[in-house]
Write a new protein. Structure first.
Length: 293
């Protein structure tokens, strides 16, 4: 297994080391951290600032970004592969023109497709008319090898960390795994459900210090989302807090986060979402090849 990860890491680094447009994978070390809520609300905040946003929803159990925005996918990648619908039918239109691409369970089949079918799907993605400024990937599960090519095709990784020693330990383990297996060296840290700015600052300082000292990585603290009951209410309403409660504390923080993100250094453009997804498909091919080997 160690050799698998070592070989996979070398292949993925060579493949995904290319520059691309702003692609941010949102991850967490445990379930219930608020990763999907952060993805959805950041997407809406970015859209309201004038950016075209695509959310790639990888959840295969119907609890991802699409569900949180009250959207119901009719198809997934498996339907495209079986010829039951065109690729364009996957994309859903959310609030403020946020586009959502639910991949569902069909994504795990990519690496096992024939080269002909992989090339056909890659070309279908390349023809997809979906111009965006920012892609946010709502990661299903970082430990899932089928998920890794999608997450690692990102130019940025944002780790969502809730309070508690267990969350900190699992968040650190996630960062360590991405460093050791895939050579990631820079992370963005968003703290969730924090009681105060001082508490958040202390947690961020300790987490970044430990990761930088023992893993040799850079951890940039983005800020915190307060423990705001209106954020939970918005989730129950299947909408974003940015839309449902414009003056909520958490809404203000998501707007600040969006403004900060827009100042991040931009990568050279890949030109289209299709080109990004072509890299993902090639990554899936690598994963499957190493798994068989």
């Amino acid at each position: 297994m160690d050799k698998f990860f070592s070989d996979q890491a070398a292949g993925l680094r060579a493949l995904l080391g290319q520059n691309g447009f702003q692609v941010i994978t949102v991850m967490s070390g445990q379930s219930g951290a608020g990763k999907t809520a952060a993805t959805v609300n950041l997407a809406v905040a970015l859209a309201r600032s004038g950016r075209d946003v695509l959310v790639v929803d990888q959840d295969r159990h119907g609890r991802g970004a699409a569900a949180m925005l009250g959207l119901t996918p009719r198809f997934d990648v498996a339907d495209v592969l079986e010829g039951r619908c065109p690729l364009e039918a996957l994309i859903l239109n959310g609030p403020d023109n946020v586009q959502v691409l639910p991949l569902g369970g069909g994504f795990s089949r990519l690496g096992r497709l024939s080269e002909r079918d992989q090339e056909w799907l890659a070309q279908a993605f390349n023809r997809l008319q979906c111009g965006v400024d920012v892609v946010l990937v709502d990661m299903a599960e970082a430990a899932d090898p089928d998920a890794l090519p999608l997450g690692l095709a990102a130019s940025e990784i944002m780790v969502v960390l809730p309070p508690g020693n267990t969350a900190i330990t699992q968040g650190y383990a996630l960062v360590k795994r991405l460093v050791q297996n895939f050579g990631k060296r820079r992370f963005r840290l968003l703290l969730n459900r924090m009681g105060s700015a001082d508490e958040a600052q202390a947690v961020a300082h300790n987490f970044a210090y430990t990761a930088e000292r023992y893993l040799g990585v850079t951890v940039d603290y983005l800020g915190f989302i307060p423990n705001d009951e209106r954020l939970a209410r918005a989730g129950d309403m299947r909408t974003s807090v940015v839309e449902a409660f414009p003056v909520a504390q958490s809404t203000s923080q998501f707007r600040r986060l969006a403004e900060s993100l827009l100042r991040w250094p931009q990568q050279a453009s890949l030109g289209s979402v299709g080109n990004f997804m072509q890299r993902v498909i090639q990554g899936g091919r690598l994963v499957e090849a190493y798994r068989r080997g």
